[in-house]
Write a protein that binds this ligand. Structure first.
Ligand code: ADP
Ligand code: MG
Length: 290
């Protein structure tokens, strides 16, 4: 072998060695990145996990299949909307989570106390606002001095204290909804289920109230599961949207909603160009003619 040939051989061996080393380094970096990602996702606790949940109602004129293998999670501090056509099974999901209905199959894991808010604020017209809020604690058999004081604190913090002796029909729609929210918050929930909670309000009030409720829930570090059939409402309130099919409800897609803006809220995010992009994507995802 000539000297030149020898040199070529050595340099080839060196290149192979260098390649090997590079590969090992790249693999190490990849593994480290994966581990970091794993740690990060682990750090965000799941407060609600719905796995493979199915439900059929036994109605007089036959079986109604409402839910088919529903799967999703709610992370701590997250706002997750469930959107789907009317009658597809949205309320059924919340009723099962709240323990008001049985499921046929699947698992539900809940980590934290649950509060429930409905479309009708269900304030009792013959009780004052204060007495309505106390009623919430009474139903839960939780009317302690400490909880009463906490409820008063909430009334003051969210500007309803001056209205505590008024009756529900003396309050605007928005204030009634805030009072209903405070009644729910007084039981110190970690997870709030909202079932079309704003749909009874007129358009402008609804937008103001969604911001109002959004701010209060973020401030109180509550995770929210929001059922709605309103695409704009879902986008404006949520970190992720679960899109359901027609009945029996199946998860068609789970869409992440992110706006690159500081202090995003349900009103200012509507100004982002991404808002209409998300609207189109959810609309297409729903594809109600399918
Ligand atoms: P959504 O909230 O999406 O409008 P629901 O969860 O209320 O839908 O209802 C899903 C389907 O199950 C509907 O067809 C509804 O009529 C039916 N359903 C709901 N509750 C009951 C019940 N208690 N008994 C029988 N059928 C029911
Ligand atoms: Mg419903």
């Amino acid at each position: 072998m000539s000297t030149q040939e020898k040199n070529i051989k050595i340099s080839t061996i060196n290149e192979v060695e260098q390649d090997k080393e590079r590969n090992i380094q790249e693999e190490q970096i990849e593994q480290q990145t994966k581990q970091l990602e794993k740690q990060q996702t682990k750090q965000i606790r799941e407060v609600l996990k719905i796995e493979n949940v199915s439900k059929k109602y036994q109605a007089p004129n036959g079986e109604i299949e409402a839910l088919k293998k529903i799967d999703f999670t709610l992370k701590e501090g997250e706002f997750l909307s469930i959107i789907g056509p009317s009658g597809c099974g949205k309320s059924t999901i919340l009723s099962i989570i709240a323990g008001l209905e049985n499921k046929d199959n699947g698992e539900i894991k809940i980590d934290g106390k649950i509060g429930y808010m409905l479309q009708k604020d269900s304030l009792l017209e013959w009780r004052t606002i204060y007495s309505n809020i106390m009623f919430g604690l009474e139903v839960q058999k939780n009317r302690t001095k400490e909880n009463e004081e906490y409820a008063i604190q909430l009334l003051k913090k969210y500007n309803l204290y001056d209205f505590k002796d008024k009756y529900p029909n003396q309050l605007s729609g928005g204030m009634r909804q805030r009072a209903a929210l405070i009644r729910t918050l007084a039981i110190k929930p970690k997870i709030l289920l909202l079932d079309e909670a704003f749909s009874a309000l007129d358009y402008q009030t609804r937008i103001m109230v969604t911001k109002d409720i959004y701010d209060i829930l973020k401030n109180e570090h509550i995770s929210a599961l929001i059922v709605t059939h309103d695409i704009s409402e879902a986008i404006s309130m949520s970190d992720r949207i679960v899109i359901l099919s027609n009945r029996p409800a199946q998860v068609k897609d789970i869409m992440k909603i992110e706006f690159e803006m500081e202090n995003r809220d349900p009103i200012n995010c509507r100004e982002s160009p991404k808002f209409s992009e998300y609207f189109d994507a959810v609309w297409k995802g729903l594809n109600i003619y399918e």
